[in-house]
Design a protein around this ligand. Structure first.
Ligand code: GLY
Length: 442
């Protein structure tokens, strides 16, 4: 089989590595890829969200399976266009991708299908700004304001006061802060607790849940500073008890997959639920009662979550991707999830100035030494080849993932490899997975 991976970040590098390992795969292509992906795949020029170009490339190269990394091409309908051209693709249709492409659609879907999520209202257009602010004032507490459409991960304001909530409403509805994506907004109740990422591979009817993971979104240690695309992640069975894992499957994933099929939007691809676990838990009874709320759905793999999820995958990924794409997970959906009982930690190395104005074009050293360390994968995110040298070419530059018997060991391995990498002014969090190390993960 010949597989084409769309995208060019660490997520796509992790996917390309897993796909290249499959005995079923003869060749991996990537569009556009990056300097790291180029070592294991043939990188092709172009943009992943240029639908017509991707379809033409997939047909010309006789691709058997396209694996779509980022959300933009999915929301633009790339899977539908590829299907029309007779090319199977892993990822949801445009209709199913609305779960990420429209926050208003996704919140209304959750309410209709009984998926736990916070209370909310939807407001549309500048004329609704006064009504939106009146809604917030009537609640008398700070709320969350979300741009309806895709906003490169920046369209969510978790306000600290009523005034800040109202200002965010004005920014989006009146000021056009996110353009068309913010013309409609969701205003919702804030929920607090511990965030959790949960992924399931779906074939439209059946699904295979993967391990839980936790991302670290703030740029500095101690969860300080601005939000980023993700500065690191970890995954281990200690993150959620068996009881909580089952609750997430039964209360979030299963009704979502069922509901989308019932609504005529069967979901094929990876469904990524961003969850908030309320405080508490620890024993079976407490976990049964622990508050669980769905913050959002994404319709693609998380980044950096993919690095830790695939590190723990004890199986060939390709039959899962191919089965999901063809609506035929079959026996794979009946078997226990193919997740090892160990742990993985991923640490992002970002460019100087990230996330504001990252400096690009800096040489990166020590890559071979880092990659040679046992149980470590050095995934490229924003890199490029310049005159034979690898240089930084994006805000998040590398993602160093390591596997270990437990979080402590995975962490030690990941940071030992991070310390081999030389990038001037690199921004690195030193406390990835520290919560699990201090408190046993719960
Ligand atoms: N790590 C969060 C995301 O991929 O959206």
């Amino acid at each position: 089989m010949r597989s084409l991976v769309l995208g060019g970040g660490a997520r796509e590098h992790a996917l390309a590595v897993a796909i290249a390992r499959s005995p079923r795969v003869r060749e991996v292509l990537a569009l556009p890829g990056n300097a790291g992906i180029g070592a294991i795949a043939r990188c092709l020029p172009g943009k992943a969200d240029d639908v017509a170009h991707v379809v033409a490339v997939a047909k010309r190269e006789r691709v058997d399976l396209v694996v779509v990394g980022p959300e933009a091409p999915l929301v633009a309908g790339i899977v539908d266009a590829l299907a029309q051209a007779g090319v199977p693709a892993f990822g949801p249709s445009r209709a199913a991708a609305e779960m990420e492409g429209s926050k208003a659609f996704s919140k209304r879907f959750m309410k209709r299908h009984g998926v736990p999520t916070s209370d909310f209202e939807v407001f549309e257009g500048a004329a609704s700004a006064e009504a939106a602010k009146a809604f917030v004032r009537s609640r008398g507490r700070p709320m969350v304001v979300k741009a309806d459409g895709l906003a490169a991960g920046k369209g969510v304001v978790v306000a600290a006061s009523v005034e800040e909530t109202c200002a965010a409403i004005d920014d989006m509805l009146v000021g056009g802060a996110f353009g068309e994506a913010g013309r409609t907004i969701v205003v919702e109740e804030r929920v607090t607790g511990l965030e959790l990422s949960f992924h399931a591979l779906c074939d439209g009817e059946r699904f295979v849940p993967l391990a839980a993971a936790r991302d670290h979104k703030r740029v500095f240690d101690g969860d300080r500073g601005p939000n980023t695309g993700g500065m690191g992640a970890f995954s281990s069975d200690e993150l959620v008890s068996a009881r909580l894992y089952q609750r997430i499957v039964d209360e979030v994933i299963a009704p979502t997959v069922r509901g989308l099929a019932a609504d005529g939007r069967p979901f094929r691809g990876v469904l990524f639920a961003g969850l908030m676990l309320g405080e508490g838990g620890g024993d079976d009874a407490a976990d049964a009662a622990r508050p669980l709320s769905t913050l959002e759905f994404n319709v693609r793999f998380g980044d950096p979550e993919t690095a830790v999820l695939l590190a723990r995958l004890d199986a060939d990924l390709v039959p899962y991707l191919d089965g999901a794409a063809r609506g035929a997970l079959g026996a794979l959906a009946e078997a226990p999830p193919p997740v090892a009982r160990d742990a993985a930690v991923a640490v992002v190395i970002a460019a100087s100035g990230y996330p504001g104005a990252p400096r690009l074009g800096d040489p990166i050293g020590g890559l071979a030494r880092a990659a040679a360390m046992p149980h470590v994968q050095v995934l490229h995110a924003g890199t490029a080849l310049r005159e034979g040298a690898i240089v930084s070419a994006g805000g998040r530059v590398l993602c160093v993932a390591a596997r270990g018997a437990d979080v402590d060991q995975a962490c030690e391995r990941a940071y030992a490899a991070v310390d081999c990498v030389e990038l001037a002014g690199a921004v690195v969090r030193r406390d990835i997975a520290a919560s699990a190390r201090r408190r046993g993960g719960h």
